[in-house]
Write a protein that binds this ligand. Structure first.
Ligand SMILES: [Mn+2]
Length: 271
């Protein structure tokens, strides 16, 4: 009998057939292995509904963090935002299981500790935070997202400010910064302000912009690893073995990537 494994998969974006190919290639056994996702389970791929139904069927052998597209789905499902033109969510939005999908998604955190040294978060770790601060801030947002006023949180999360963290932030400003840092961050400006407009590869970044993972973080411990998605243009290239980017742009015709945690090896499929 082989040992059970833990796979961490990059952005799925509703690419159900890609996910199935990847799991087959990785010899994922639904009965005993664990799948963890970096968020953005849904959006532009061909079948977000089938993707969510499959992931829900895995029960406790599936966990995820929430990405910007997952939060957007929650907002669209409640009539808070219109669907994006390029998203292919119509069968999911009209399905009778939508409320179950919504309540299931709301339970997941923004940051997830996988083992003593590994944390998963959709966009990344804001460089002024330690891993334990990240997990606490994620819990603040989850408390609100799981609670009775979750629709108000979704209504108020769509804004780019505040751009700089302060532990003195309170209320919705505080929660919005945490959501933006955990689910939308790519570049920071010199003053550690979040910048949301630029999605390029770091080599093509405007002057003064640094990818979050190249900004010094003196609270990150030497053995800690951050696994993230969200940034397809990176193609997993961080030049660091502590910051592991798994979004390799399958939905854009590139690859879907899974990290086999126990062996630290990678499995990939192309469309
Ligand atoms: Mn994303």
């Amino acid at each position: 009998m082989t040992q059970s494994k833990t796979l961490i998969v990059g952005d799925i974006q509703g690419c159900f057939s890609g996910l199935m190919s990847l799991l087959a290639k990785a010899q994922f056994d639904e009965r005993k292995d664990t799948l963890i996702a970096v968020g953005d389970l849904v959006a532009r791929g061909e079948d977000s509904l089938a993707t969510l139904k499959f992931l829900m069927s895995l029960g406790s052998r599936f966990r995820t963090v929430l990405g910007n597209h997952d939060l957007h789905l929650l907002a669209v499902s409640q009539g808070i935002k219109p669907a994006k033109k390029n998203d292919r969510l119509s069968n999911l939005l009209s399905d009778k299981h939508l409320p179950d999908c919504v309540d299931w998604l709301r339970q997941f955190p923004l940051a997830l500790k996988v083992d003593t040294q590994t944390v998963v978060v959709h966009a990344g770790l804001y460089p002024q935070w330690s891993v334990s601060e990240l997990l606490c801030y994620s819990e603040e947002v989850s408390h609100s997202l799981r609670g009775p006023n979750w629709r108000i949180l979704l209504q108020q999360m769509y804004k780019n400010s505040p751009q700089i963290w302060s532990d003195k932030l309170q209320g919705i400003s505080r929660l919005r910064f945490i959501i933006n840092a955990c689910t939308r961050m790519r570049f920071l400006k010199a003053d550690a302000a979040l910048e949301f407009a630029t999605k390029h590869h770091p080599n093509d970044a405007p002057a003064g912009f640094q990818p979050w993972f190249r900004v010094n973080n003196d609270k990150l411990l030497p053995n800690e690893k951050i696994i993230f998605g969200h940034w397809a243009a990176l193609d997993g290239e961080t030049h660091s073995d502590r910051f592991i980017g798994l979004d390799t742009g399958y939905v854009w015709g590139n690859k879907m990537t899974a990290l086999h945690l126990e062996s630290n090896s990678v499995v990939q499929v192309s469309p």
